[in-house]
Ligand binder design. Structure first.
Ligand code: TRP
Length: 332
């Protein structure tokens, strides 16, 4: 029986790419070996900025199908929708009372928007809603509701986790007992940053991504566009500064990586050949994911069922936790 609990939220945004897979999805899923794992779709977080209902619905299915296709096992992990666990919002309101406004003023995302408004000569609060301002409190509730020990997140979420710990400690200090488990972040330091087509970090905002579920033909076309230098076929090539190699090693075993390294150094391998090898190893590994994803995304009823079942199980835990807290703080 695994005792420690890992929980993380997924915002329903964007088409997943190779960088998301190696940077977030794969490491978060690997925790299921060691922890009781909980993964949820943060749909109420999304409405702060996503106002088109059809788009939100589409992205929710998309992100659920993505994680399931990549190996999330709903039998072993709890998978749910934030909006289907309304105790989250009871807890959010309790936490609001313990959250200093000054703490929220310091949140990076909020501060960045204020700074941008000031730079543009606008009112500092322009376009900022209370959902955005109080985002860290809802996130703290997501985490604290399930007595979470560790939260796998990217470096950009570190401040949110510090705020979660601050808020939990304020509650515990007031009532003089550990009502809430103080979580720690599990920051996913990428062993190697996933490099995009142009050699910069793979990111949607650079338009240099390789989508995870792209059909084979289109994927091959993208791979052929990866930027390389102008060395001739005969020349010996440096694997460590090569964008093709940096992707290859993500998919390859240690032995395959070593073999490819030798081919680079030996000379005689052109960029077309290296790219073809990359395509083959990627297609080999991603074709199962792609098939599963396509099956899932065509079956919304099945996804609904998985999320409804997971949410019902999550609620059982949440009702207990919130019931206990309400008694302890005197509102029940
Ligand atoms: N803020 C996270 C992000 O932008 C998503 C998120 C919401 C989350 N609630 C969470 C992550 C709770 C971890 C735990 O990616």
């Amino acid at each position: 029986m695994k005792h420690k609990i890992a929980c993380t939220g997924i915002k329903p945004t964007g088409v997943p790419h190779i960088g998301n897979y190696f940077g977030a999805i794969k490491p978060a899923l690997a925790l299921a070996e060691e922890y009781q794992t909980r993964y949820f779709i943060a749909d109420y977080h999304a409405i702060n900025s996503m106002r088109d209902p059809e788009e939100l619905r589409l992205r929710t299915y998309d992100v659920a199908a993505t994680w399931l296709a990549c190996g999330l096992d709903p039998e072993k992990s709890l998978v749910y929708r934030q909006s289907q666990v309304p105790e989250t919002f009871d807890l959010t309101l309790i936490l609001m009372a313990f959250t200093a406004k000054g703490l929220m003023n310091r949140a990076h995302a909020y501060k960045a928007m204020v700074d941008q408004n000031l730079q543009n000569g606008k009112d500092p609060d322009d376009g900022i809603n209370m959902g955005l301002f109080t985002y860290p409190v809802l996130m703290a509730a997501d985490i604290l509701l399930f007595d979470t020990d560790v939260v796998p997140v990217g470096r950009d979420q570190q401040q949110h986790l510090e705020m979660t710990a601050d808020i939990a400690q304020a509650v515990n200090a007031n009532y003089g007992k550990p009502l809430l488990t103080v979580p720690v972040p599990l920051i996913q330091e990428n062993t190697h940053t996933v490099i995009g087509l142009d050699g910069r970090k793979m990111s949607k905002s650079y338009h240099n991504t390789i989508p995870l579920f792209l059909p084979a033909k289109q994927m091959r076309k993208l791979i052929m566009k990866i930027v390389t230098n102008s060395q001739t076929i005969e020349e010996s090539k440096d694997p460590d500064s090569c964008n093709v190699f940096s992707l290859y090693r993500l998919f390859a075993s240690a032995e395959q990586t070593e073999e490819m390294r030798k081919l680079y150094l030996a000379g005689g391998m052109g960029w077309g050949q290296a790219k073809q090898a990359l395509f083959e190893i990627m297609d080999n590994q991603l074709s199962d994911f792609r098939t599963r994803y396509n099956d899932l995304i065509a079956n919304r009823d099945y996804i609904d069922q998985i999320l409804a079942e997971g949410s019902a199980r999550a609620r059982e835990l949440a009702v207990q936790k919130v019931g206990y807290l309400k008694k302890e703080i005197g509102v029940a």
